[in-house]
Design a protein around this ligand. Structure first.
Ligand code: BES
Ligand code: ZN
Length: 589
């Protein structure tokens, strides 16, 4: 099976192990050193790798001879094939190389962009096809390798990877890593900074810059309970340690499930532990994604849909059904909005995607997450939870450390689950969910009494009750989000001011609440919130927040002008992934 997003030909010669030796140069914004790849083949004459922006100095075979190699033509977002001539007996190749200062996976932060403001910081983001911008590899989720690494950093700084990690800085700045379980390339990750570690539980802990680490440890205190709940649900955690690295605010995602070390945005540090479902999500990927992996980016929903399902089961186990049902209701709202945006008949609303000719990053919307979630929930509700859980436990066990196509999953589901439940197949209509558009009419119902109470308060506000007399006592972050999403379509400046005064939205330290409020502020041209808007856009780089805000601004002439002024200042602080998206929205350059 071919992966359209990789030049590699793993059916001819496949990488089994990677040994990296890299020096981190904060002055030149470069990683340089070597990657030694152990390979398996049956006498193949060529090894084909992916690369993007790498300068290759030379390639040596295991017999010590220099190998002939060539770099193919550069293609947009795919980069260049690196083809290495090998001998029938070749078992490994060593590639001497360095990265480009604008390697898309790597963000180099100046000290001012960190919490400590004294030391530089570096982190990588390899998913979906950015690993090739910092490591020559077969950059497809269909290939797995074990790895080891030696990383040389300025003395005093700590390096961590998606591997076994140090918990203290060492004297010489040379760190050695080992990842003994085979992983796909998109899970290769590195971060370097003035990091500290706090243990959270038996096999869990948190890394962050020193000024942030106490707050991070407090916020993530429930991590061990989540790990325990996850194992109870779907079997043993296979990676030993589970830590979270809380990054500086320019990290472009909420979280990234790098094995043994989830990378996370600091925007989850709300001060009340209300945004920790993100940890449940990244932790769940330790099964769905990292253990059983989407074979290609067309099968992305196998990673994300399963993970959202698993995330909500963890949240239910730890915090109760009312809590997880609020998350599911917000998820359904996201799904409806995404389908509206993509168009209800669009092929991009199928679970199984066709990304031919496109950057897989284009598929990074909520469709795979939430449509995938609701399909799995529908299966659960059709066959019963006990049966479905038994199937899932067994599925993760049988396919551990393998890649899965959508077709292989559907066959497995029919054979091992649906065939035992007469009529289930027809009631679910898996085919329609997977290869059909929109939201099928048998989508499960989500019942949230808490949200109904919120809607009642919205109605009271609409019919004239002043904001400060609404019954909002004890509302959680999720109730506030629901409230803000359901405010009346027409709001006067006076009403906006009344809401802001009563609930202090513009000054909210909760990123999710502030984000929903700022969308309303742009929508209703509520000028008093625009300072807060600018501050938010300048102080963090999470694409999920940036994209809707810049899009909403770009809807009007004056908004677009404002957006461009802010973006001019913010752009140099954003990661390439976020820059790419916002450049597109504002037609920058
Ligand atoms: N693996 C994804 C992040 C990702 C997806 C990176 C596609 C590159 C391409 C991660 O697990 C994720 O889904 N993160 C979400 C948070 C989650 C709670 C929905 C995010 O970053 O918003
Ligand atoms: Zn995810």
């Amino acid at each position: 099976m071919r992966d359209i997003h990789s030049f590699a030909r793993p059916d001819e010669a496949v990488v089994k192990h990677l040994a990296l030796d890299l020096s981190v140069d904060f002055t030149r914004h470069q990683l340089s050193g070597s990657a030694t790849l152990q390979i398996e083949h049956r006498g193949a004459r060529e090894l084909v790798l992916d690369s993007n922006g790498l300068s290759v100095g030379g390639v040596t075979l295991d017999d010590g001879t220099c190998a002939k190699f060539s770099l193919g033509e550069s293609q947009p977002y795919l980069g260049r094939a690196l083809t290495i001539a090998i001998a029938p007996q070749t078992k490994s190749v060593k590639i001497d190389y360095q990265t480009s200062p604008d390697a898309a996976a790597v963000q180099w932060l100046d000290p001012q962009q960190t919490a400590g403001t004294k030391h530089p910081f570096l982190f990588t983001q390899s998913q979906a096809i950015l690993a090739r911008t910092w490591v020559p590899c077969q950059d497809t989720p269909g290939v797995r390798m074990t790895y080891e690494a030696t990383v040389r950093v300025p003395r005093g700084l700590v390096a961590v990877m998606s591997a076994e990690n140090p918990t203290e800085p060492n004297a010489d700045g040379v760190y050695r890593f080992r990842m003994p379980q085979p992983i796909p390339s998109y899970l290769l990750a590195l971060a370097v900074g003035d990091l500290a570690f706090r243990r959270l539980g038996r096999n869990s802990g948190v890394y962050a810059e020193k000024p942030v680490v106490e707050a991070a440890a407090w916020e993530l205190a429930d991590t061990q309970r989540m790990i325990d709940a996850a194992e109870e649900l779907y079997g043993p955690y296979r990676w030993g340690e589970y830590d979270v690295l809380v990054l500086p605010p320019s990290f472009p995602f909420g979280g990234m499930e790098n094995p043994r070390l989830t990378f996370a945005t600091p925007t989850i540090l709300a001060g009340d532990r209300s945004l920790v479902s993100l940890v449940a999500h990244e932790l769940a990927h330790s099964w769905s994604g990292n253990l059983v992996t989407n074979a290609t980016w067309n099968d992305f929903w196998l990673n994300e849909g399963f993970t959202v399902y698993f995330e909500r089961r963890i949240m239910e186990a730890v915090f109760g059904r009312d809590y997880s049902e609020m998350l599911a209701r917000l998820g359904l709202q996201d799904l409806e909005a995404t389908v509206r945006e993509l168009g209800p008949d669009s092929a991009d609303t199928h679970l199984l995607l066709d990304l031919t000719g496109r950057d897989p990053d284009d598929a990074a919307n909520k469709l795979a997450y939430e449509k995938g979630y609701f399909l799995l929930r529908l299966i659960e509700e059709t066959v019963g939870r006990e049966s479905f859980d038994a199937f899932l436990r067994d599925y993760f066990e049988r396919h551990a450390f393998q890649s899965m196509t959508t077709r292989a999953f559907v066959d497995d589901l029919r054979k091992n689950l649906l065939s035992k439940h007469p009529g289930a197949e027809d009631r679910i209509g898996v085919g329609r969910w997977v290869e059909g558009p929109g939201i099928p009419s048998n989508v499960p119902r989500v019942q949230s009494d808490a949200f109904e109470k919120v809607e009642e308060q919205v109605r009271r506000f609409e019919s004239g009750t002043p904001a400060d007399q609404l019954k909002t006592a004890g509302w959680s972050t999720h109730e506030w989000i629901h409230f803000l999403r359901h405010l009346p379509a027409a709001l006067t400046t006076t009403q906006m001011a009344q809401l802001d005064k009563a609930f202090g939205f513009s000054a909210s330290g909760n990123s999710e609440i502030l984000h929903e409020w700022l969308l309303q502020a742009i929508q209703h041209d509520y000028q008093p919130a625009f300072d807060a808007l600018e501050k938010f856009l300048l102080s963090q780089g999470r694409r999920k927040f940036l994209k809707p805000l810049y899009e909403k601004l770009a809807e009007t002439e004056s908004g677009r002008t404002r957006a461009k002024t802010i973006y001019g200042k913010a752009r140099p602080t954003y990661h390439a992934v976020s820059r790419g998206t916002i450049d597109g929205i504002l037609k920058w350059r």
